[in-house]
Design a protein around this ligand. Structure first.
Ligand SMILES: C[S@@+](CC[C@H](N)C(=O)[O-])C[C@H]1O[C@@H](n2cnc3c(N)ncnc32)[C@H](O)[C@@H]1O
Ligand code: SF4
Ligand code: SF4
Length: 344
């Protein structure tokens, strides 16, 4: 569950899918609506949530929201923040409530990070925020989004995050074409070519994921994103599929709506070209990477009508590899761009 608390942000990243800016005042869900949503979510059995934005630390009642979540029995609460505004008091509350934190570092070099966030001095403050959280022993993960500006330095950045900031959990992801991300030119093709969907990435599937993919969407099945004006989407990056609005309907109405069932039930059987592919129940699907709501993702080179992808016949590889590879190979969490970088 993603709860976007605000569209305001003190930074102004060039790729921001939420199109957050410092000038987006007054677009927050009122506290009363948030209280209602939290109790409805808890009633529906939801226990994992990410608080995001925009910049959630700009929400004046953020710590009260976290208190409500804890009271309602949420077991997994993650705050996704750029950390530039984090205070010692807030860090101690996060520790007390057992909140996990995610943040974004774009480079080990401050000037590159600041060029991406278009805010001078932001890197220093984010690093200080990470250090403050580490001093409290708060569990953290760091997202490195790969753009043309930092693509050359990704390995260096991961080393910096792990060795200098002491945060082991790093996720790499591409810029998805949503919001301002649509205007960002693609990274040099050589960076991504080895990471395109391939038989090797398809083989990394667990039995339980395969079961979901038979009848539902591989990523957003069971998930919802609530935006700052109350609109509900299946994914923060797919805003052209409006499911409902929590200010106008109860969450239980939204959960029973045809629109949500259609979104959650979007297996590859309903995606153009993919519906004819023999790998469709093994394949991860990122709708943000597709040219249209039901189009084949752009990062797949496989043509199920010829059996050829990346210049080779996949079916031959399949026979050779499936024989040696158990279906449950374990979950890929640090994944360079095969579509499984996950923000929830
Ligand atoms: C929207 S931000 C909100 C939280 C916070 N303001 C921050 O930046 O860490 C959450 C994450 O989404 C990433 N993000 C923003 N736009 C993106 C895009 N077009 N494609 C992929 N990731 C994106 C950001 O880099 C950040 O890691
Ligand atoms: S990615 Fe995060 S920090 Fe950057 S503008 Fe968007 S909300 Fe703000
Ligand atoms: S054609 Fe579709 S289902 Fe087949 S491998 Fe490519 S993205 Fe996956």
């Amino acid at each position: 569950m993603w709860l976007e608390l605000t569209r305001s942000c003190n930074l102004n990243c060039i790729h921001c899918y939420a199109e957050a800016t410092p000038n987006e005042g007054g677009s927050n869900l009122p506290f009363g609506d948030i209280r209602k949503v939290i109790s409805e979510l808890a009633e529906a059995g939801c226990s994992a949530i990410q608080l995001t934005g925009g910049e959630p630390l700009l929400t004046p009642y953020l710590m009260d929201i976290i208190g409500l979540l804890v009271e309602a029995g949420f077991k997994y609460i993650e705050l996704f923040s750029n950390l530039t505004l984090l205070t010692d008091d807030q860090a101690s509350v996060l520790k007390r409530y057992g909140v996990r934190v995610a943040t974004s570092i774009y480079a080990s070099e401050g000037a590159v990070h600041d060029a991406i966030t278009r805010t001078k001095g932001g890197f220093e403050k984010t690093v200080q925020g990470v250090q403050l959280l580490r001093s409290y022993g708060i569990p953290m993960r760091i997202a490195v989004i790969v753009l043309p500006l930092n693509a050359e330095r990704v390995e260096e950045t991961v080393t910096f995050v792990r060795e200098e900031l002491g945060v082991e959990h790093v996720t790499l992801g591409p810029v998805l074409p949503a919001g301002r991300g649509r205007e960002v030119p693609p990274v040099p093709p050589d960076w991504w070519r080895p990471k395109l969907t391939s038989f090797a990435t398809l083989a990394c599937i667990r039995k339980e994921d395969f079961a979901v993919r038979l009848h539902g969407h591989s990523c957003w099945y069971g998930r919802l994103c609530i935006s700052p004006n109350g609109d509900v989407f299946p994914c923060p990056f797919v805003r052209n599929w409006l499911i409902g609005n929590v200010r106008e309907q109860s969450l239980s109405t939204i959960l029973r709506s045809d629109s949500l069932l259609r979104a959650w039930g979007l297996s590859k059987d309903r995606i153009e070209v993919c519906r004819d592919c023999e790998f469709r129940y093994m394949c991860f699907d990122c709708r943000a990477k597709a040219p249209t709501l039901f189009g084949k993702p752009r990062d797949c080179t496989y043509d199920p009508y010829t059996g050829i992808g990346n210049g080779v016949r996949w079916r031959d590889q399949t026979v050779a590899k499936v024989d040696q590879t158990p279906l449950a190979v374990g979950k890929t969490t640090l994944h360079k761009g095969g579509g499984q970088a996950c923000y929830a």
